[in-house]
Design a protein around this ligand. Sequence first.
Ligand SMILES: Cc1cc2nc3c(=O)[nH]c(=O)nc-3n(C[C@H](O)[C@H](O)[C@H](O)COP(=O)(O)OP(=O)(O)OC[C@H]3O[C@@H](n4cnc5c(N)ncnc54)[C@H](O)[C@@H]3O)c2cc1C
Length: 378
Amino acid sequence: MDFSFSEEQLAIRDTIRELVQDRVAPRAAEIDEKAEYPRDIEELFAQNGLLAIPFPERYGGISGSSVTICMGIEEIAKACVTSSLILAVQALGSYPILIAGTEEQKERLCPPLAEGRVCAYALSEPGSGSDAAAMQTTAKRYGDEYVLTGSKVFITHGNVAETLVVFAVTDPDADHRGISAFVMEREQSPWATVKLEHKLGIRGSPTAMLAFEETRVPVRNRLGDEGFGFKIALGVLDRSRPGIGAQALGLAEGALDYAVGYAKERRQFGKPIAAFQGLQFMLADMATQIEAARSLVYLAATRVDEQAPDLTKVAAMAKLFASDMAMRVTTDAVQVLGGYGYIRDYPVERMMRDAKITQIYEGTNQIQRLVISRALLK
Ligand SMILES: Cc1cc2nc3c(=O)[nH]c(=O)nc-3n(C[C@H](O)[C@H](O)[C@H](O)COP(=O)(O)OP(=O)(O)OC[C@H]3O[C@@H](n4cnc5c(N)ncnc54)[C@H](O)[C@@H]3O)c2cc1C
């Protein structure tokens, strides 16, 4: 399938590509080594309008298209997956507002996010990951406020965000129909960071455990009706999963690019290692898998933009296929570099470590298979 991107989308992509080459790529190894959140990159993205991509113009943004979001994430992930999460999670945290917010909520909450106020998405809890409906965080209504109590784990940017979308139980007897969604703004509903995780990859991206101790949230910040939170959470993941596919795609492209360059330079047995058919075939397989993933990722993003009826299935396929592909391709890139692939002076071991998370977050790949098979068998 040939995806025709608009001139505007190509212009946005080219601007991001340039920015990434000049400013992000030179920082990638250091961000990983120091495991520090790259505030400078966040500011760079905000100043250059990247954080406005998830929003339509009427809410202060520049696009709102899933295809454009994916193009941006892909470009950034070629050089630095941690940095690509700054755009990916801005989209993830904004989707609940965009798909379930009232006009008043969108007009009030979106423009600051488009300008660079960081947001995050808090669904997972210590006892509820894949089984998100088993969450324990509660929200009790008192007049025109809710009081939230509980904790969330693994929240990307949870400590640096100023806006947090949180899912909590408003009716404990109603199973997944008893969950509601809320927007917390740090100034009026502060939350605590209990712990930051030490991780295998995406080491500069903070992953936070958060606590709410009778935290007050105004009723006007509830998204949708009471009891619609779980539906919103799943609707958001349908829309954000192509973005994880795009992240995996960019990551694999970065690894292949490096491996090809290295194979042409490195000499053994009197010739470049690229002259050996064993490596040529490996590179050919890597490139082929990347192209297949690209088609699926942009097909899924297009389906999201069209609000197609099969978007749940195709988004899960894109995330599943692209992330498994990225794991294989980055592992092979390490192999192409031999011993040098395994050491920190070269970027491919970081890419291999970063690839692993794409098989886990926004629903593990077992859960994607569950989603796809459910759609087939319903
Ligand atoms: C770095 C990082 C960032 C994250 N960012 C966020 C975030 O911003 N916001 C957020 O809300 N969450 C976030 N998460 C949480 C992430 O989405 C969960 O870790 C993921 O959904 C899996 O949940 P779990 O870790 O509890 O694993 P579990 O659900 O305990 O799963 C353990 C294993 O069992 C398998 N399994 C579970 N159920 C089934 C089943 N029915 N059939 C087959 N296999 C099954 C899983 O596939 C997995 O292999 C993040 C996680 C990490 C590590």
